[in-house]
Design a protein around this ligand. Structure first.
Ligand code: THU
Length: 129
């Protein structure tokens, strides 16, 4: 699966988001070390802190399926008319847990420009045990 297809998977699952409070849909698609793809969308809750991000859902799906390393994760947020949705701070830490120096974080902006980040660009000097 190439980057364009991975972003398409993120866009597709974005439509499934449950986000009646923010109306901000996010989809995430991961390709793991086995070449398997895992997707997730944001799931909000009336008790706002109980909401979960799209990246968290995709990571849970990866772990449940036996994946341990994120080769690439594509994130599609909001509508195609708004600027690129880079992962929030908490999700950067979540992605970091399963990343290495080769992991790519892929987003696409309003001008259809690709942006591919490394983990160290998004979370420099990160915490790891
Ligand atoms: N959201 C994500 O799913 N991932 C991010 O990286 C940024 C934010 C969700 C959380 C909430 O449901 C909505 O977007 C608005 O913040």
């Amino acid at each position: 699966m190439n980057d364009e297809e991975l972003l398409d998977a993120a866009r597709t699952v974005r439509d499934m988001a449950y986000c009646p409070y923010s109306n901000f849909r996010v989809g995430a698609a991961i390709i793991d070390e086995h070449g398997n793809v895992h997707v997730g969308c944001n799931v909000e809750n009336a008790a706002y802190p109980q909401s979960s991000c799209a990246e968290a859902g995709a990571i849970s799906a990866m772990i449940a399926a036996g994946g341990q390393r994120i080769v690439a994760i594509a994130v599609a947020g909001g509508s195609d008319k708004i600027r690129a949705c880079t992962p929030c701070g908490g999700c950067r830490q979540r992605i970091n847990e399963f990343s290495d120096g080769e992991t790519r974080i892929i987003v696409k902006d309003n001008d259809n420009e690709w942006h591919t980040y490394s983990m160290s660009e998004l979370l420099p000097s990160s915490f790891r045990l």
